[in-house]
Ligand binder design. Sequence first.
Ligand code: NAI
Ligand code: MG
Length: 343
Amino acid sequence: MAKKILYINGDGVGPELMAHARSIVDKLIDVEWVEGEAGYETYKKRNTPLPGDTIASARACDAVLFCAVSTPPGIPDYKSAIISLRNELGLYANLRPFRSLPNVPPPAWACPAASPQSSSFLDFSIVRENSEGLYSGIEESDGERATALRVITRKACERIVKFAFDYAQLRPFDRVTLVHKANVMRKTDGLFLEAGRAVSKAYAPAIACEDALVDSVAMRLVKSPQDFQVIVTTNLFGDILSDEASALIGGLGVAPSANIGQKHALFEPVHGSAPDIAGKGIANPTGMLRSAAMMLAHLGHPKEAARLESAIIRAYEQNVKTRDVGGLSGTQEMVEAIRKNLS
Ligand code: NAI
Ligand code: MG
């Protein structure tokens, strides 16, 4: 039976990258596509960045494929469509795998020991808590003093750390790093650490649990990213560390992500709407297509997911890649190469 997938183009490079992703997915599995609107263009038309019919369709579909939305500064009470959608669908886990690509060496200052010849010399993942922390949206300001509430609950900590260990078991990886700042935020990150350590016991000794301070992890990610297998952390830290991590494998254009909940799942590239390059035909399709591959695996098509990931890797081996990763190709040419590599 055809899988029902809600696709949300979003803004900027969204429509062009989504069109390519859909055409590639259509080559691999049988899909009934449903379109959903969200983002700033939607807000201009319908006075809301996330209409109720998009949320309802997302709930009724087997998965959501999302590109990126613009969130304009300066509109009071405007809430990013993707953050609202993650909340509406209960997508508590944000999984971001970082795997090197052939012919995309890490920056010279990073990974001095790595061999750029090998296609998978970096392979680690960041699991980010997606539902609370500093992104709880509870903020106040009187114009002179502003505060944001950092909400951390035991339930959400246990849930996200369990997700990280289950994922480590599946991959398989044998180490999970709990990333925190419990020496300063003693109550909030203290709770994260306590809950995380308790969860880790059920996986010992097969999967080791270590913990590390977020500032030192930011440094170690640059200096020795091979130290890490699975990082699990709270919302804001995960957001920042994962953009940093993308620089090690070629930048924002190549990193995919999955947002997973109890009932629903949404797949999206890590990058934003990239308005500076929208419509120019030069956006890197890799993050979008790798997200589609993660969706295929989630929908029970691991072979097709692996075929797509291999076809992408092959394009990099053939040096068919976009400018952001040092290539000469446009989006269309790169997608064509990937399409050929599929057959
Ligand atoms: P961005 O990720 O859109 O762009 C940052 C830089 O990376 C830009 O120079 C852009 O050209 C480049 N880039 C991004 N994707 C690329 C791709 N596929 N190929 C080649 N280069 C690529 O982040 P920025 O500029 O901070 O935000 C732009 C808009 O996107 C904002 O309105 C922001 O709110 C929104 N945004 C949305 C996200 C989402 O929907 N999940 C995530 C991050 C930002
Ligand atoms: Mg981000």
